[in-house]
Write a protein that binds this ligand. Structure first.
Ligand SMILES: Nc1ncnc2c1ncn2[C@@H]1O[C@H](COP(=O)(O)OP(=O)(O)OP(=O)(O)O)[C@@H](O)[C@H]1O
Ligand SMILES: [Mg+2]
Length: 326
């Protein structure tokens, strides 16, 4: 199978290598200016008030920096970060344990918060609003609610699909910040910093090429950079030129527009099976044999952003540009 470098699915090694390249301070966190300006203000205000920062919801496609930003926020607040994954919390007791463990001003980061179980989510309502845990004890007529006070904390929710959040949960976040895909110039800056961290030298051209073909996503830029580094290492050349980049991109099956094999498969299926559309997401998912949510969260946002597919009330259609490309 071709080496998939989808932003969404991460192996253990990916995660370890990713940790090494995470921005360590706000000056290394490139781009997303609107998001960063908002966070900067909220952090400063919390520090001056000597209180917990307001709850914030971070949304956007995978690999754009939500987790990285949460780490920087807790660092700036000088507080401890507790990381949990929404769908992994299965019982009310699990979330209660997490919440009662928080110290004043700690940050609780819930990843994939749109995939949390509803019973678990309901516990969060009073926790977020009043820093209080309401727990129902017993059943029937003898049932009563017990209340436990929690330390004032900050909830940072991360989601690839803010539209799937329930209204009561969404309303409890004081700030909703949305991540955009990065411009090639911003990715070039990130690549420069990371090449330095990895002790490799990138030529101007090599840097520009990687930046252009990274789907606007730092995680993908970093993965291409690592592969390119492998080529340079094996060839014994310390400096990375466009030759190494070309070789790495072709090995990773990334084309001129930065599309990978799955992106192209989607476009091809739409053209060959559905005459360019309109086609609904369920039909597309069945034909591709790919999970509906993965298509919507991981692939579609970039294809839409680049104007390769368009959304109509009757489904997705291919654009002229896509037809030319495939
Ligand atoms: N603004 C940025 N500046 C520099 N590097 C970044 C930036 N954003 C992300 N990165 C790099 O991209 C990698 C992936 O980012 P991160 O894990 O924060 O994404 P995410 O939005 O949490 O993704 P997911 O939705 O899959 O959890 C990081 O390890 C980091 O190296
Ligand atoms: Mg993350």
């Amino acid at each position: 199978m071709a080496d998939r470098i989808v932003a969404g699915d991460l192996t253990q090694t990916d995660r370890e290598q990713e940790a090494q390249l995470r921005p360590q301070n706000f000056s290394e966190f490139i781009g997303q200016n609107k998001v960063v300006d908002n966070i900067d203000l909220m952090v400063k205000s919390a520090v001056m008030r000597k209180a917990a920062m307001d709850h914030v919801l971070l949304s956007g496609p995978p690999g754009l920096g939500k987790t990285s930003l949460a780490m920087l926020i807790s660092k700036a607040l000088g507080s401890e970060l507790h990381l949990v994954s929404g769908p992994a919390i299965e019982k009310k007791g699990d979330i209660a344990a997490v919440l009662t463990n928080l110290k004043p001003k700690d940050v609780l980061f819930i990843d994939e918060i749109h995939r949390m179980h509803i019973t678990v989510e309901e516990i969060l309502y009073s926790a977020m609003e009043d820093f209080r845990l309401d727990i129902l004890i017993g059943q029937g007529a003898s049932a009563r609610t017990m209340q436990i006070d929690l330390a004032p904390f900050t909830l940072i929710g991360a989601t690839t699909r803010s539209g799937l959040l329930s209204n009561p949960l969404r309303d409890r976040f004081m700030a909703h910040l949305n991540f955009d895909f990065y411009e090639p110039e911003q990715l070039a800056k990130i690549l420069m910093n990371n090449a330095h961290k990895m002790n490799i030298i990138l030529s101007e051209e090599a840097k520009t090429q990687i930046a252009k073909r990274s789907r606007g996503t730092p995680r993908i830029a970093n993965r291409i950079l690592r592969r390119v580094r492998d080529f340079a290492l094996v060839n014994g050349s310390p400096k990375i030129e466009s030759n190494e980049v070309k070789a790495a991109l072709s090995l990773l099956d990334i084309d001129d527009l930065g599309l990978d094999s799955m992106d192209r498969k989607i476009l091809n299926v739409m053209k060959n099976y559905y005459q360019g559309g309109p086609v609904g997401i369920d039909a597309l998912s069945a034909t591709l044999g790919e999970d509906k949510q993965t298509i919507e969260d991981v692939y579609e946002p970039y294809l839409l952003k680049e104007g390769l597919i368009l959304r109509t009330p009757r489904g997705r259609v291919l654009s002229e540009l896509a037809l030319k490309h495939i």
